[in-house]
Write a protein that binds this ligand. Structure first.
Ligand code: PEP
Ligand code: MN
Length: 367
């Protein structure tokens, strides 16, 4: 399935002065000095194409710093005049949109806490009718691809064609090294559904710390994401919000120097031939895997009939344990990760149980 969004290429609305596209700036505009000084240092790296800053901050808990408010627009504007960098800001209400437009903001983004709410997104979309401004839509906090797509559709239906998605990771019940789980497969699904939609990765909110930023950024670039939004603060240790994940402009610059930029394809005929022949091998192996799976399911059906006719339960835990142990041991000899082998076995097993349950509940054919 492909989604029908009317989208203009990223190059039509942002001038990438240095590859990859880097959108950077503080999590929050705190003071005029902090914002303008950070902007100058970012500009001086020569590697940043857009300046970002939050001025209206939707916070999880009341009492936390909720953004400096409209005055921050003037500071952003000064930073823009002095550095020549286009400016981007988060909007969460129609009023924010109106104020940002009036202040000459170049790019708007919708935050994760707004994308979750269709009423909020629709309010923003209505305020954008008849306006020609780029909008970036962050993924919702929860791992729900439809909500993300729905927000993109609402903004697109308001007539915004300069559209991008921002992948900032998803809140997860399970604790991990990340502040927000990347769940790359959701971003990949979005890319598959809307191949023309630029996806920008936000490693800052995925990582929640500085240490993992290079790893997540490189992974995003290797997955062919079209840019990175990375928070940068002149002195992260005293940042009013997201202190642990912000980096100084010079640390940002060093990190960008370490990125390896790979191309989605190569025009070298030798490379193309070799890749085609390797892919042919993969296709053959995939065919064999599915043929074998089909054969396996036929036997599963026979066992199901046999159990039904002898009044034996579908599940024998000891047999499932035996399969799991034998195969994960064999998998490890073949250098397959235990978790991978287990996931595949679980999928096969649950399909086998589904098939046998269906058979159990049909009567034996009288012969
Ligand atoms: C931000 O970009 O500072 C922000 C609040 O991000 P998110 O909406 O992804 O939490
Ligand atoms: Mn932040």
């Amino acid at each position: 399935m492909k989604l029908n969004l009317n989208i203009q290429p990223l190059s039509s609305w942002v001038k990438v002065t240095h590859e990859p596209l880097i959108i950077s700036g503080p999590c929050s505009a705190e003071t005029e000095e902090q914002l303008v000084a950070t902007a100058h240092l970012l500009k001086a790296t020569g590697k940043v194409s857009v300046l970002r800053a939050g001025i209206w901050k939707p916070r999880t808990r009341p009492g936390e710093f909720e953004g400096i408010g409209s005055i921050g627009l003037q500071w952003l504007n000064r930073a823009k005049q002095e550095t020549g960098l286009p400016i981007a800001v988060e909007v969460a209400t129609a009023k924010h949109v109106e104020e940002a437009l009036a202040a000459g903001v170049d790019i708007l983004w919708i935050g994760a806490r707004s994308t979750v709410n269709p009423f909020t997104v629709q309010e923003i979309a209505d305020a954008l009718k008849g306006v020609d401004i780029p909008v970036m839509v962050k993924n919702p906090i929860n791992p729900d691809l439809s909500l993300w797509i729905g927000a993109l559709e609402r903004i697109n239906q308001a007539g915004i064609t300069k559209l991008a998605a921002i992948h900032r990771g998803f809140s997860s019940f399970e604790k991990s090294a990340f502040r927000n789980e990347p769940m790359w497969d959701l971003a990949i699904s979005l890319k598959t559904l809307v191949p023309d939609l630029p996806i920008i990765n936000d490693p800052s909110h995925i990582c929640g710390n500085r240490e993992l930023l290079p790893f997540i950024s490189q992974k995003a670039l290797d997955l062919d994401m079209q840019g990175l939004m990375i928070e940068s603060h002149i002195d992260p240790s005293v940042a009013w919000t997201d202190a642990k994940q912000q980096v100084t402009p010079s640390a940002l610059s060093e990190m960008i120097d370490g990125f390896v930029l790979r191309k989605p394809e190569s025009k070298n005929p030798e490379f193309t031939d070799k890749l085609a022949s390797l892919r042919e091998k993969i296709d053959k192996l995939d065919d064999q895997i599915f043929t074998k799976l089909g054969e396996r399911m036929k036997i599963v059906e026979q066992i199901g009939e046999f159990k039904r006719d002898n009044d034996v339960t579908i599940l024998q835990v000891s047999r499932w344990d035996e399969i799991l142990h034998k195969r994960t041991a064999y998998g490890s000899v073949l250098k397959l990760e235990k978790e991978f082998t287990e996931k595949i076995l679980e999928l096969i097993h649950s399909e086998s149980i589904r098939k046998q349950t269906a058979i159990m509940n049909t009567k034996a054919t009288l012969s």
